[in-house]
Design a protein around this ligand. Structure first.
Ligand code: COA
Length: 197
C-alpha cells in the first residue's frame, strides 16, 4: 500500500497539542497568520489578498498535504496555531529498481502563528509528524529545506534532530528579488530509531 496520511487515525495528540488533517474550513484561520509579513517572508506563496489566498488554498490536492496543529485555549476552545506539510514523494533510484523508490520519503514544511511562537509548539508538532512518518507510515527518510537566513526554521530542524545535508549558495530566489543561500536537512529512519531507542 502506498503510504498516505489517510492511513492515520486522526486526531493525534501530543502532550499539549491536537493534530488533524487540514480542511477547507481552515481557510480563514490559516490566512489570519499566513498573511503576516514575518510569516510570508519565508514561505513559498505570499498572496497579497484573501481571494488569491483562497484560490491557492483550494488548489487541487493542496489541503491534503497539511496537518493542522491545534492548541486548547484556557476557555476550552481548540485554536489552530499552525500547519505541518507532509509531502510524500519518490526518492531517486536507478531504472531497473526504480519501483522501490516510490513514496519512500516525505518533505516537511511548516508555518505557525507568531502569537504562539517561542513555546516549543512547532517542535512538538514536527516531532509527532516525524514519528508518524517513520513509525506509522514506514518512510525511510524525511527532508526539509529553508532559506539559510530563516533562523527559526534552521533552529527548529536542528531541535528535532534533523541533519544538515546541503548548504547551497545563492540558489533560491526570494520574492524580494535576491538570490539567497539555502539549507537542506534530512533524517533517516535508522537515525530516528537509534535516537529514540
Ligand atoms: C519556523 C517556525 C515554525 C519556528 O517557530 P518557533 O516558535 O521558533 O518554534 P517552536 O514553537 O518549536 O519554539 C521554539 C522556541 O521555544 C522555546 N521553548 C519554550 N518552551 C519549549 C518547550 N517546551 N519545548 C521546546 N522549545 C521550547 C525554545 O527554546 C525555542 O526558543 P528559541 O527560538 O529562543 O531558541 C516559525 O518561526 C514560523 O512559522 N515561521 C514562519 C514560516 C516559516 O518560516 N516556515 C518555514 C519555511 S522553510
Amino acid at each position: 500500500m502506498t503510504p498516505s496520511l489517510e492511513q492515520i487515525q486522526w486526531p493525534v495528540r501530543t502532550e499539549r497539542l491536537r493534530l488533524r488533517r487540514l480542511t477547507e474550513q481552515d481557510l480563514e484561520a490559516t490566512w489570519s497568520y499566513r498573511k503576516l509579513p514575518e510569516v510570508t517572508q519565508w514561505i513559498t506563496a505570499g498572496p497579497h489578498d484573501f481571494e488569491t489566498y483562497r484560490e491557492q488554498f483550494l488548489e487541487s490536492g493542496k489541503i491534503d498535504l497539511d496537518v493542522a496543529v491545534e492548541l486548547q485555549t484556557p476557555d476550552g476552545q481548540l485554536r489552530l496555531i499552525g500547519t505541518v506539510m507532509v509531502y510524500i514523494k519518490d526518492a531517486w533510484g536507478q531504472r531497473e529498481i526504480v519501483e522501490q523508490t516510490k513514496s519512500v520519503e516525505a518533505e516537511l514544511g511548516w508555518s505557525f502563528d507568531p502569537q504562539f511562537a517561542g513555546q516549543g509548539y512547532a517542535s512538538e508538532a514536527v516531532l509527532k509528524v516525524m514519528e508518524i512518518c517513520f513509525e506509522d507510515l514506514g518512510l525511510r527518510r524525511v527532508v526539509a529545506e529553508c532559506f539559510a537566513a530563516n533562523k527559526p526554521s534552521v533552529k527548529l530542524m536542528e531541535r528535532v534532530g534533523m541533519r544538515r545535508e546541503a548548504s547551497e549558495k545563492a540558489n533560491s530566489l526570494h520574492r524580494s528579488g535576491a538570490w539567497m543561500d539555502s539549507y537542506a536537512y534530512a533524517l533517516l529512519a535508522d537515525e530516528w530509531s537509534a535516537h529514540r531507542g
